[in-house]
Write a protein that binds this ligand. Structure first.
Ligand SMILES: *Cc1c(COP(=O)(O)O)cnc(C)c1O
Ligand code: SF4
Length: 335
């Protein structure tokens, strides 16, 4: 059964991901003095890098834009006023455990606490995932809430990474969602097509296609910050999603020293639209403890977007937004 084989393939790739700071440093030929700070910062948020992603990093290059996304460094321990654990106000909008509803018509489900990569700038690095429902019974209140609220047209799967659910669990989830008549769209926010591209296999695509035949349109939102992340295996995964009729959008985070130049953002947008992926959001960094060194000033972000507008078709320019707790939508930073 090919589906089963592929399920084993991605799970094997996940199992082989680098989790040890020492191994990360030796495989990338990085200076030994980076080990101590990496170990220290990995205590708070462990190292996690799939091999496919590691292969896109240039060895011995301390400025590699992908390395900076995954290597724990000392600056993560700096105390910077204004940066806090729950910067986006997630803990105030948890009506039912497992579910966040901030915006009209959309409910976000935190279906998995795990990720296949640990991005050092992550806004959820302090999120108490241990409090979310785990067993199928524990999810019942979420289904009841969704069933009872006919204003909810779209379910967003997030986490963590929702595609780390096994095919079996994911299939159950799709069945539950397809059974709610007012839910017309399922949006999947996942970094796996980019960091663990073999997750996109025939079995998963079949499930999503079936969902669309049942009247719930699947949308995929991937997360790429730099054009170097789009390697050949990632292109293949994206093409498969598009060929299956699933629209693909991208969101990025504006990150200092990684994608904070016009040239990088243009190259990223061009690579995406040439594949058929629409740049959706460029997020201003959420001010979460341990991430201050990634912050790009808003004024610089605005200037970057203005330059992008003079160089790219309108559809290739992402919306520059930030999340302000209590607002009824993401806030545009273009004024
Ligand atoms: C960002 C977010 C959404 C999605 O917002 P869109 O503007 O529709 O992309 C939905 N729910 C929560 C809790 C969010 O943080
Ligand atoms: S994949 Fe997403 S949720 Fe997971 S660590 Fe990276 S940014 Fe955070």
């Amino acid at each position: 059964m090919p589906t089963l084989l592929s399920e084993t393939t991605w799970q094997k790739s996940l199992a082989q991901a680098i989790r040890d700071p020492q191994e990360l440093i030796s495989r990338l030929n990085l200076p030994e003095e980076l080990l101590e700070p990496a170990r220290k910062s990995a205590h708070l948020f462990p190292v996690m890098v799939p091999i496919s992603y590691l292969n896109r990093i240039e060895p011995a290059n301390l400025n590699d834009p992908l390395l900076k996304q995954i290597l724990p460094i000392d600056l993560e321990n700096a105390f910077v006023p204004g940066f806090e654990a729950d910067a986006v106000g997630d803990l105030n909008v948890r009506a039912t455990p497992g579910m966040l509803q901030k915006y009209h018509g959309r409910a976000l489900l935190m279906v998995s606490g795990a990720c296949a990569i640990h991005c050092r700038y992550c806004f959820r690095r302090h999120y108490p995932y241990g409090d979310e429902p785990r067993t199928l019974q524990e999810w019942e209140p979420v289904w009841q809430t969704l069933q009872a609220d006919s204003t909810i047209q779209e379910i967003i799967l997030s986490g963590g990474d929702p595609l780390l659910l096994t095919d079996l669990r994911f299939h159950d989830l799709c069945e539950r969602i397809a059974a709610i008549p007012h839910v017309k769209r399922l949006r999947i926010h996942s970094r796996l097509p980019v960091v663990l591209p073999d997750r996109i296999h025939a079995g998963l695509l079949e499930m999503l296609q079936r969902l669309s035949e049942q009247g719930t349109m699947p949308w995929m939102v991937i997360h790429v910050n730099h054009p170097n992340e789009i390697a050949a295996d990632v292109e293949h995964a994206i093409r498969q999603l598009l060929q299956a009729g699933i629209p693909v959008l991208n969101q990025s985070v504006l990150l200092k020293g990684i994608n904070d130049t016009t040239e990088t953002l243009i190259a990223l947008s061009e690579k995406l639209v040439n594949l058929g992926v629409l740049p959706y959001y460029l997020h201003q960094l959420d001010r979460v403890t341990g991430t201050a060194h990634f912050e790009v000033p808003e004024a610089q972000g605005r200037k970057l977007i203005e330059e992008l507008r003079t160089r790219l078709p309108g559809y290739a320019v992402p919306q520059y937004v930030r999340e302000i707790p209590g607002e009824p939508h993401k806030t545009s930073l273009l004024g």
